[in-house]
Design a protein around this ligand. Structure first.
Ligand SMILES: [Zn+2]
Length: 358
């Protein structure tokens, strides 16, 4: 699967990867529906219904097949297995997770396991760029489901599941001032950069590392020449929080900022894109996964992640969501990205058992 490069921003190769996936699942007797999209790669919705009694409801297995690597990366980062590790673009985040889901389904079919729910596997194409084209699809599917299992990479060498994730957002703060000659008429100008600097000093104080609330100005721009007082400046802000309440409070504060310098005007856009995945929505599923892992002969731990995933959307709807069930490995989005091959059967078995349980 790694050989089918699938960058989020290149529709054609992404579509080919999606097609390949669809065929792979069709071979398993599942129904594979390609959900077409104009600009982004197509999404894939796979439905597998157990034979026998009509399923009373469904589980969703969620993941994305897009990667952050442009076409041609395979030339520099070839897929290879060395010393028990499989390297290549997107192996860890999160193609190995999709492969594990495939083997989980194989296991359920071969063992004729009793599966009471319909299983929906949703593989999307734009998680790495914010999930604009797939968010609605993911949310609609989650609303119909009893639980969501997210096959994003696990954390660390012990393969910890992710039971909470920060909410993540982005905001833009634009300052409008008034240009004037810095030497001839400084009293007539309103320096937008000075105003922005004052606002950033104010915003910085909202950070609360203990509570996990962060707001960071990570890109700033403004001004034209040294002798012209800037009439415009702007900052791009990264926003993160563990709790919904903190996320809302941070957004409120941001949108109620008032100018410090007389004559300056502020314009504020954006806010949180992904709400937090709070542990209360994952705790019960994690307890079940932990118990199953113990029966399978390994221990499953948990961790909190500062980054978001599509699991944030489903948990925010109140649907039980367990994330980080995917591969064990390291180096997501980096040149040494890899997975630990011999952990794959174990992780697939865990997923199979979760899908068959209750
Ligand atoms: Zn991912």
């Amino acid at each position: 699967m790694t050989l089918h490069e699938s960058p989020s921003l290149e529709k054609e190769p992404a579509d080919r990867c999606c097609q390949f996936l669809a065929e792979t699942w069709l071979e398993r007797g599942a129904i594979a529906e390609i959900i077409r999209h104009e600009a982004r790669g197509n999404h894939l919705r796979v439905v597998w219904a157990p034979s026998g009694a009509r399923p009373k409801s469904q589980f969703v297995v969620l993941g994305h097949y897009d990667t952050v690597y442009p076409t041609g990366t395979l030339g520099k980062m070839p897929f290879r297995v060395e010393y028990g590790k499989a390297y290549g673009p997107g192996t860890f985040d999160m193609k190995a997770g999709i492969v594990q889901a495939l083997f989980a389904l194989d296991a359920l079919r071969e063992l004729h396991a009793t599966v009471e729910r319909r299983l929906v596997f949703l593989w999307t194409s734009d998680e790495e760029i914010g999930s604009n084209s797939s968010r609605r699809l993911i949310e609609e599917e989650a609303k119909r489901s009893d639980a969501v299992f997210v096959l994003e990479p696990s954390l660390g060498p012990r393969g910890l599941a992710k039971t909470s994730r920060k909410g993540v957002g982005e905001a833009k703060l634009i300052v409008h001032g008034r240009a004037s000659h810095a030497g001839l008429a400084p009293e007539k100008g309103v320096n937008a950069i000075h105003e922005l600097a004052a606002q950033i000093v104010r915003i910085e104080k909202w950070n609360n590392l203990r509570q996990g609330i962060t707001i960071n100005a990570d890109i700033v721009s403004g001004g034209s020449r040294t002798n012209v007082m800037a009439d415009r400046a702007e900052a791009m802000l990264d926003l993160r929080a563990w709790r919904n309440a903190d996320m809302r409070a941070l957004e409120r504060r941001l949108h109620s900022l008032k100018p410090v310098h007389r004559g300056a005007k502020l314009e504020i856009h954006g806010g949180f894109d992904r709400p937090p995945l709070e542990r209360k929505h994952s705790a019960a599923l994690f307890a079940r996964a932990k118990a199953i892992a113990r029966e399978l002969g390994f221990s499953l731990g948990e961790a909190a992640a500062g980054g978001g995933s599509d699991g944030n959307f489903t948990a925010a709807l109140g649907v039980p969501t367990l994330d980080g069930l995917g591969a064990v490995g390291d180096g997501a989005h980096a040149a040494h990205e890899h997975i630990v091959v011999n952990t794959m059967p174990q992780r697939a078995a865990l997923l199979a058992a979760l899908l068959a349980s209750c």
